[in-house]
Design a protein around this ligand. Structure first.
Ligand SMILES: C[S@@+](CC[C@H](N)C(=O)[O-])C[C@H]1O[C@@H](n2cnc3c(N)ncnc32)[C@H](O)[C@@H]1O
Length: 250
């Protein structure tokens, strides 16, 4: 049995190739892997001898409550040694990873964090620049859904600002988000929705604040999805045009 330890690993936004080398090394040394539902199951192949435990969370619903996940981490570290907690994207971006670290530390378990590629970075896969010289000077990251499940107050603030807004957990609240932007007279602002970003079933829907509800109702994007409200969304492409395979070498 390895020494007791918790390693919190960011699995990336979906495509199993988007985990870091350091994340793979942690999996190779795991005795137990607790993984979320947005994590690619293909990553478990890096930990063939470890116990694999799904503790899936989807759209704010948890099949295993957070307190039970915390307890499980501690129990498994005590009984088996090295626990890898594999979380979608980056563990510290809307991921409750910090709570898990704090709980483990409070129980005397050493911890390490392996950062991951957050879905914040997904727009680049679909040709949407988060910043573009002369176009926008910044971007902000917010959730549409607050801890109590209501629409976050951050949405109305974002609608007033020029910077591009990346809105997490916003698909089911798209109508309310759009209403906030319309209230600010921003009907022409480009909008994109990235659904299942980085995966084979990825879908990118583009429009404006005025048109995006109709587009979404026609094309029915699936969860998980990221909303992008900002000028860069006008450059959205349907697929990963920047893929290395498609690069022409001069
Ligand atoms: C609980 S948050 C976890 C975010 C994660 N920690 C990260 O860094 O990407 C889940 C939300 O992230 C976004 N998301 C995660 N994976 C995504 C994907 N493959 N495509 C689009 N959005 C995604 C969606 O807004 C989803 O509702």
């Amino acid at each position: 049995m390895s020494d007791q330890k918790l390693t919190l690993v960011g699995a990336g936004p979906g495509d199993p190739d988007l985990i870091t080398v350091k994340g793979v090394k942690a999996l190779e040394q795991a005795d137990v892997v607790l993984y979320d539902s947005l994590v690619s199951k293909e990553l478990l192949r890096y930990a063939p001898c470890a116990e694999h435990i799904p503790v899936g969370k989807r759209a704010g619903k948890s099949s295993v409550p957070q307190q039970s996940i915390n307890q499980l981490i501690v129990e498994k570290a005590h009984s088996k040694g090295h626990v890898v907690r594999l979380k979608g994207g980056d563990p510290f971006v809307f991921g409750r990873g910090f709570e898990e670290i704090q709980f483990a530390q409070a129980h005397g378990i050493p911890t390490e964090v392996v950062i991951g590629i957050s879905s914040i970075m997904l727009p680049g896969l679909y040709n949407i620049p988060l910043t573009c010289r002369g176009v926008n000077q910044g971007f902000s990251i917010l959730t549409a859904t607050s801890a109590d499940g209501e629409v976050s107050g951050e949405v109305s603030k974002a609608a007033k600002h020029a910077s591009t807004a990346l809105i997490f957990m916003g698909l089911s609240k798209l109508d309310v988000v759009v209403a906030h932007y319309l209230k600010e007279g921003r009907g022409d602002l480009p909008v994109a929705i990235i659904s299942n970003g980085s995966l084979a079933e990825a879908q990118v829907i583009a429009g404006t604040v005025d048109s995006i509800l109709d587009e979404a109702s026609d094309q029915k994007p699936a969860s998980p999805a990221l909303l992008i409200f900002g000028e860069g969304a006008a450059f959205a492409t349907q697929s990963n045009q920047l893929s290395i395979k498609k690069h022409k070498v001069a």
